[in-house]
Design a protein around this ligand. Sequence first.
Ligand code: DAK
Length: 260
Amino acid sequence: MEFQNILTQTEGAIQTITINRPKQLNALNKQTIEELSTAFKAAEANGSVRVIIVTGTGDKAFVAGADIKEFANFSVEQGAELAQKGQDTLFNLVERLKTPVIAAVNGFALGGGLELAMSAHIRICSSNAKMGLPEVSLGVIPGYGGTQRLPQLIGKGRANELVFSAQMIDGNRAEQIGLVNHCVEPEALMETANKLATKISRNSPSAIGFAIEAINAGFEAGTNGYDTEIRSFGKSFGTDDFKEGTTAFIEKRKPSFTGK
Ligand code: DAK
């Protein structure tokens, strides 16, 4: 697949998607959002990709936000329409993928950049990361799910403070408050993400997909997460992965999962 603003690289079961607009600090313009959407869908459809890592080119920025030059002249209608479209095309899509996504946050993750990282299932950042939702300093609010996912991750009070103050926090603070799972030195970022991805890739893809569905269900209005868990738990008994996992245990060998 030909992309202009992103790079994809697959090694074994791990696909790395790199946002590649370094001159604009990897800001998300419309085309980049569309390319990311296409790449994530393709990775999910590719049965051999078991974990996706998303990161940004260089060590200065993961993503410095939505492309300010592009949305500066939007009207009320365009704003709402594009927020809906963006959430469907990329941010909700990522959160709902059955293939786990790890965001490897190198440098600035601001606005739409942090919102993308928060849509991922797991976040690892480098100690030089700078994260925040500065939208209110531009006269808008976070429009790609930030007002919902930030309080889910760090609690309402802390989210209120970050959003209202538009302040940035560094990687260590982000780890302290649970915004990221791990904060590591910049040179260890990709290695740490890859190690975790490798660990995840050895487990049952179908069970991980069911787990993502059940965990997400608990955060969806009008959905009972416990009911989803019961249904998905039942479904997992019908998979080849379940047969393989239990047989391998009994035979005292490592399982070889197919994801079916
Ligand atoms: N958009 C476009 N270009 C950006 C950018 C951005 N978000 N961030 C940086 N750049 C560009 C700069 O304009 C500059 O380009 P040139 O002037 O050289 O052509 C280049 O990247 C390098 O940036 P700086 O020269 O500013 O680099 P510094 O090291 O001095 O500063 C910085 C780094 C990250 C502190 C600074 O660049 C900065 O404050 N950037 C903006 C951060 C920000 O406010 N991001 C936007 C957050 S709001 C929507 C839904 C959601 C959203 C919008 C619309 N709809 C549904 C419509 C979300 C909005 C946001 O993300």
